[in-house]
Design a protein around this ligand. Structure first.
Ligand code: ADP
Length: 437
């Protein structure tokens, strides 16, 4: 039987006067597993991580990490875990090495062991050449790698990562994924991470737990979660939801091919059996009711559809953006401006750094980065931004063969009737024979 690395039962944390940030939450993570916690802002993800990593107390329930109860054996838990919080703990006015040595001393490690471990981790994260530079000269991606390296100095068994790639560009996000993936595969590290990036959860984790209102709504593998949504996903956007649009919704629901629906402001998400074949019939219902549709997209269900089902909102609406770090604000008296601007600006060359990372170069993500495979929502966003257009004057929907996304279940296609373009030459049509992008 596989041992549990983390077992949370009935965890409840109440912030005064009566905010149940976490509410009788149950969660189990097996040894050697990566679990992603997904949820809207304020769902209770960070509080769960803080409670499990001994950083905050809680009101009810029990949490056992690496075999130790966090309530009664917090010191043992701290020896067994590494934590990378959202607000980084590294000191920007020390070098990378000095930060790691400091961290080693905090764990009361022997000097020789610290030196060995710093060399090992610097090499692992490909920071060897910059380890003696001030952290203030590091790019965002390098700082994140140093953050994780510091959390691993004492060889923990369990790693907590709170939004590990927040604020990084897609390339640096993927570089970090390769390192996180390697840590799990090569060292059997159990990892509990929170993220707002669905592709991160999809690509990295064995299990995904969706949290809302302080409770776990569902836990399963990413594939099982996506497969739990039946049918294709058709998203219909209206300028305004008036009487005609409501009537369209009413009659659409009565069609046998409609398997489910969710409203999200002026967007209607419909789960449709054989979406490609039935989109024309659905448009006929819209025309009958004079519903004004401004946009329609068809895709295989993604984790975002699962997220929407359990939280009532799309994850893209809940994304947080990182502000300037406190030290930039402090040193520059206002962040990325004034006399410090050039210094910070000069070192924010994340994209360049991406090109040099060997772990990244050897990863499947790098190999696939040109064809955008496995990008999930990212791919959908890119496809949507390209706005593959509906040809001028064409008033019929493509037949089933053309309508299905041939590039895999996570892709999507969008038709925007307000756009003009060349249907024959667009990416969607070029791939209609089933070729991979
Ligand atoms: P998430 O990480 O999912 O965004 P959090 O765990 O940070 O959610 O927050 C859950 C709830 O607890 C929110 O309503 C938040 O405002 C509240 N909360 C979090 N930390 C504190 C705190 N230190 N004091 C008071 N309320 C807090």
């Amino acid at each position: 039987m596989t041992n549990l690395a983390i077992q949370i039962k009935g965890l409840t944390k109440i912030y005064p006067p009566d905010n149940r940030a976490v509410d009788t939450l149950d969660l189990e993570i097996k040894e050697g597993e990566i679990m992603a916690l997904l949820g809207p802002n304020g769902a209770g993800k960070s509080t769960t991580i803080r409670a499990a990593s001994t950083l905050c107390g809680f009101d009810e329930g029990s949490v056992v990490v690496a075999g130790f109860d966090v309530d009664t054996h917090s010191l043992e838990v701290r020896q067994a875990i590494g934590v990378v919080a959202q607000q980084t703990g590294i000191d920007y006015f020390l070098t990378g090495r000095e930060n790691m040595v400091l961290q080693g001393h905090l764990y009361r490690m022997k000097k020789a062991d610290i030196n060995d471990r710093v060399a090992e981790l610097a090499s692992y994260f490909e920071l060897d050449n910059s380890i003696d530079n001030l952290v203030s000269t590091y790019s965002g991606g390098m700082r994140r790698k140093l953050d994780i390296a510091c959390a691993l100095i004492h060889r923990p068994k369990v790693l907590f990562l709170d939004e590990p790639t927040l604020g990084l560009d897609i390339k640096n996000r993927k570089i970090l994924w390769t390192h996180i993936d390697k840590l799990n595969k090569e060292f059997g590290l159990t990892i509990l991470l929170t993220t707002h990036y669905l592709e991160e959860a999809d690509n990295l984790s064995h299990q995904v737990a969706i949290i809302n209102n302080g409770k776990v709504q569902v836990v399963d593998t990413p594939d099982a979660l996506k497969n739990s949504i039946h049918g294709d996903s058709i998203t219909v956007t209206f300028d305004d939801v008036g009487k005609n649009e409501q009537a369209f919704f009413h009659f659409a629901q009565q069609q046998s091919y409609i398997k489910g629906s969710t409203w999200e402001d002026n967007k209607l998400h419909l789960y449709v059996e054989d979406g490609g074949a039935n989109v024309a019939a659905l448009m006929a219902v819209a025309a009958d009711n004079k519903a004004q549709i401004t946009n329609l997209s068809l895709s295989r269900p993604t984790l975002d559809d699962v997220f929407l089902k359990y939280t009532g909102s799309s994850i893209s609406d809940t994304r947080e953006e990182e502000g300037d770090e406190w030290w930039k604000q402090w040193a520059g008296k206002g962040g990325n401006t004034g006399k410090w601007k050039n210094q910070w600006g000069a070192n924010d060359s994340d994209a360049e750094e991406g090109g040099e990372d060997q772990a990244w170069k050897n990863s499947d993500w790098a190999k696939n980065s040109d064809n955008n495979e496995n990008l999930g929502t990212q791919k959908r966003e890119e496809a949507q931004s390209q706005q593959d257009a509906w040809p001028s004057g064409q008033q019929q929907w493509p037949d089933k063969e053309e309508s299905h996304n041939p590039s895999g279940e996570q892709g999507s296609q969008q038709w925007d009737q307000s756009q003009q373009g060349d249907w024959q030459n667009n990416e969607w049509n070029k791939n209609k024979d089933g070729g991979e992008k």
